[in-house]
Design a protein around this ligand. Structure first.
Ligand code: ARG
Length: 616
């Protein structure tokens, strides 16, 4: 006979005195895990399926195992009559827990759980005292590499790099919050044949290379263009440039010095953008991996993976119609050989358990190919979901180390085409940031803020709002879709924009200020109550913060967090538009709820790389 039994005493007792560890969904799962103990005839156990209930549906969480279980045990001597009866048993076996208000069965066996408002209040009160970091998720990895931004030397950072920088920084921040040690890697393109022409051009323009500075060169992009024109038009120069590559790669000190100079100037330019965006990165460019490439390629060779093709050395892979080139016909290494080596290095030297690469989707094939080569060579990595779908990986292969290519779509202009300036050049990142700041400053001045605030306050707020708007407009979309870059839209104070959210946060702060109460004192002395539906809905959403971060991390989707943040401010608005805070009998409790909302909003801003503002 098939019977239910609670999994073990210890689970049941643990659940009864459940302390909130941050991930609400996980806590609910633990409860159902304990009650969902059924022996399936072939001995397999089923995975607990719990989902947050949709708005307007009964319950806060739902366990959806009854139907699935029924289909397994049906006709095999079970005492149950159908899915609803299985649901009843799940519900009845739920361990006693202060988390739970009620548990009931609906329809064909959905088990709906209503959380105890008292428990919810207590958990939020505790967070207010112990800090939001106590809600941080725990991920199954200790160390990760996030490879992002990664522009190319001497070329301007374009909007594609902006996307990579913004998305990568957010992913790094979310992982760091989740207690993962993150190596924020800038895999800059600082190696390759373009350096031949750049160096020759540098020698020509500045015979005294030593003294060249950023200001002397002007902007490197123009320098790059000029040297490219010369390369295309002047055969003598072209020949010199090609020889220069050989000398550089052969380690000629003079050429190495010139190379280092160009990299240094580029680096200074990049650093300015990072500083503005408040993004930290540690550079390990392509050249860093040079000393290891020969070994890595040698290993591939010894495993018989490499073939000759038209003078080059390539790897043929099942499922791809072109091979992956790892050694060029001139004997030089390339983007792919460098990436393979970096993968080896990150796994073996840096002991990373998760490696995340953020680039446009156009490079997806490159990543899928060298990931697969790594696997064929015995690197213990699992690939992203795309690879799994393509059937290279069994679904069960979910272990770490794991590699993911985090692709993103194009940035489009208002005309629906690739985003360009009027002169049809690539858009310069710094100009975008300047404009965002100027526009948000103008909006603040229109609201008379220049008369209320100091010039510094005005400037800081304009920057926080302007840069925040650019970041948020990018992050709120599913990264794989193209998005239209539109200043008017992203700087609007209505709808799902950073401006709206930052203002919402500032307004909450101003309510707390206006109350004249010492909020830190209230945290210690007052209780938070979630008696009204709008208060409860807001409280529940606050408690879902950590599970949202965890979901955003494991699927590498920052838009999940943006969505959460927008929802949070909507729920706050529903609460605030109905309930009086200051001067009401519930003032203390409601101020605590306001404070908790502000704390969670600030953490979201932090994870999205946005600087909060406190006054508006
Ligand atoms: N430099 C490359 C580009 O601008 C991006 C490098 C991404 N990272 C990597 N490991 N391939 O397209």
């Amino acid at each position: 006979r098939l019977a239910f039994a609670t999994r073990s005493k210890s689970v049941a007792t643990m659940a009864a005195s459940q302390e909130f560890t941050g991930n609400l969904k996980r806590e609910v799962e633990k409860l159902f895990d304990a009650s969902l103990r059924i022996t399936v005839p072939d001995g397999t156990s089923v995975e607990t399926e719990v989902a947050a209930s949709l708005p307007g549906k009964p319950g806060d969480y739902q366990c959806n195992n009854a139907m699935g279980l029924w289909s397994i045990i049906k006709g095999k001597g079970t005492q149950f009559r159908g899915p609803p009866a299985v649901g009843q048993a799940i519900s009845k076996n739920l361990p006693a827990s202060e988390m739970v208000e009620t548990c009931s069965v609906a329809g064909p066996g959905f088990v709906n759980l209503v959380l105890s408002s008292k428990w919810m209040s207590k958990s939020i009160e505790k967070m207010l005292i112990d800090g939001i970091d106590t809600w941080a998720p725990t991920l199954p990895v200790k160390r990760a590499v996030v490879d992002f931004s990664s522009p190319n030397i001497a070329k301007e950072m374009h909007v594609g790099h902006l996307r990579s920088t913004i998305i990568g920084d957010t992913l790094a921040r979310m992982l760091e919050y989740s207690k993962v040690e993150v190596f924020r890697r800038n895999h800059v393109g600082d190696w390759g044949t373009q350096f031949g022409m750049l160096i020759e051009y540098l020698f020509e323009k500045f015979p005294d290379t030593e003294s060249v500075t950023e200001t002397a060169i002007g902007d490197l992009q123009t320098f790059y263009k000029k040297s490219k024109t010369k390369f295309d038009e002047d055969p003598d120069f072209k020949e010199k440039a090609q020889k220069a590559v050989v000398r550089l790669q052969g380690g000629d000190p003079i050429y190495r010095k010139a190379w280092a100079k160009i990299c240094e100037i580029s680096r200074t330019e990049f650093a300015k953008v990072y500083q503005r965006l408040k993004v930290e990165l540690e550079e390990k460019g392509e050249s860093f991996y040079n000393p290891y490439i020969a070994n890595v390629i040698g290993e591939l060779d010894s495993k018989g993976l490499i073939e000759e093709s038209e003078g080059a050395r390539v790897i043929f892979l099942e499922g791809f119609n072109i091979p992956l080139m790892v050694v060029k016909s001139d004997g030089g290494f390339n983007y792919a050989s460098t990436d393979l080596t970096a993968l080896w290095y990150r796994l073996n030297e840096e002991k990373a358990e998760w490696i995340v690469y953020v680039t446009d989707v156009g490079q997806q094939q490159h990543f899928n190919m060298f990931f697969k080569v790594g696997r064929n060579c015995g690197y213990p990595v699992t690939m992203n979901q795309a690879a799994r779908k393509a059937g290279w990986l069994p679904d069960s292969d979910k272990t770490y180390p794991r590699v993911d290519h985090v692709g993103f779509g194009l940035v489009l202009g208002d005309d629906g085409k690739r985003f360009r300036t009027r002169s049809s050049d690539v858009v310069r990142l710094v100009d975008l940031l300047d404009e965002a700041k100027t526009r948000s400053k103008t909006a603040l001045i229109e609201r008379g803020k220049d008369k209320e605030w100091t010039p510094e306050e005005l400037d800081q707020t304009a920057e926080a709002v302007g840069y925040g708007a650019v970041k948020y407009a990018d992050l709120k979309n599913n990264r794989l879709t193209n998005y239209t870059f539109n200043f008017d839209q992203m700087l609007s104070d209505k709808g799902n924009t950073a401006v709206y959210l930052l203002y919402a946060h500032a307004r909450i702060c101003s309510i707390i200020r206006k109350s004249g109460k010492d909020i830190d004192k209230l945290k210690k002395t007052e209780k938070l109550a979630l008696d009204h539906p709008e208060e409860r809905a807001l409280g529940l959403h606050l408690l879902r913060f950590a599970e949202t971060v965890e979901e955003a991390c494991s699927n590498l989707l920052p838009n999940v967090l943006c969505h959460y943040l927008y929802d949070l401010s909507e729920r706050y608005t529903s609460f605030y538009s109905i309930h009086q805070v200051i001067g009401s009998p519930e003032e203390a409790s409601r101020l605590l709820l306001c404070e908790a909302t502000a704390v969670v909003m600030r953490k979201c801003f932090h994870l999205l790389g946005i600087t909060p503002v406190y006054k508006i």
